[in-house]
Design a protein around this ligand. Sequence first.
Ligand code: NAD
Length: 351
Amino acid sequence: MHANITLLPGDGIGPEVVAAGLAVLNQIATRFEHSFDYHEALIGGAAIDATGNPLPDESLARCRSADAILLGAVGGPKWSDPNAPVRPEQGLLKLRRELGLFANLRPVTVHPDLMDLAPVKSDRLVGVNLLVVRELTGGIYFGEKRRDGDVAFDGCSYSVQEVERVVRLAARLAGQRSKRLTQVDKANVLETSRLWRQVTTRVLAEEFPEITLEHQLVDSMAMHLIAKPAAYDVIVTENLFGDILTDEAALLAGSLGLLPSASLGDGGPGLYEPIHGSAPDIAGQDKANPIGTILSVAMMLRWSLKLEAEAAAIETAVASVLSAGLRTADIAAGGAALGTEAMTAAIVAAL
Ligand code: NAD
């Protein structure tokens, strides 16, 4: 197949991990006889330095016309002055909004040889295979914000349609997996949560009768994720709860550097990125773990390009290098470590 892929390297370790993703895409193109065209564009601090704008119009146009987008990370100390007129994160928020990317998918699996790295007892991690679907464009992060003297206010609202579309996506994904969906809210206190519960129950009953639906309150879910993470499969929740629970779930894998994500809308290009940030402390040192980005490429092939065999080949290659004992510094527990380029080369060779 032919596909147009926009690359947004961004800041810090972003360019290093996007280069790793590109090497894997090239290997997939060769092995499976696809042709991928790449267009690199500016975002974040790099875009502010070059143009004064964290998401220049040209970058947005490049993203709109792509089949899929691969992002590294944005931000860093150079642009972190809270009084600065523009900030790198604004570029990413604008991109998500402009492309209507309302669902953030974060799978979490734990490689058997890395279980000792997680701050959770290894026996709890056997069989963990989570997919958290976080609503990304609504809720309290996008509500009205104001200050009245000593009082601050953040509004939270969700419409039926906003809940329906993300719940449908999560239910479709659950249908391809264990046919179980856990919806997380705070329905004992919040009106928006009661709407979430009502809409989810209706959508599942009307459109996905084969899927078993469970509701969980977010406070108890925070405990269950640590106490019995293997008991869950697909989890769907609102923006704020999803932000917190996805970081908690990420701990289970052993390093931020291992985990991928996808942000999807209704049609249009998906945005794929590792869950970590720009890691300024290790930027430019060939120390970054490229696996989160490489697994994001696998998600891109699966969801945007519908290349399931290719996606699975990448996941198998990553698992095989980890099983062979290859490690970057973040997962080496003080032992011998490969750099970003050497780890990428090992995964490409395994492919
Ligand atoms: P971070 O994820 O960049 O780093 C946290 C810690 O994890 C650091 O010690 C870092 O070295 C390590 N780490 C992260 N990714 C790694 C990898 N691939 N391999 C090995 N180690 C890795 O989070 P932070 O330090 O809180 O944020 C740094 C900057 O990144 C900030 O400007 C923040 O705003 C930005 N950020 C961007 C995104 C994004 O672009 N989506 C997400 C989170 C943070």
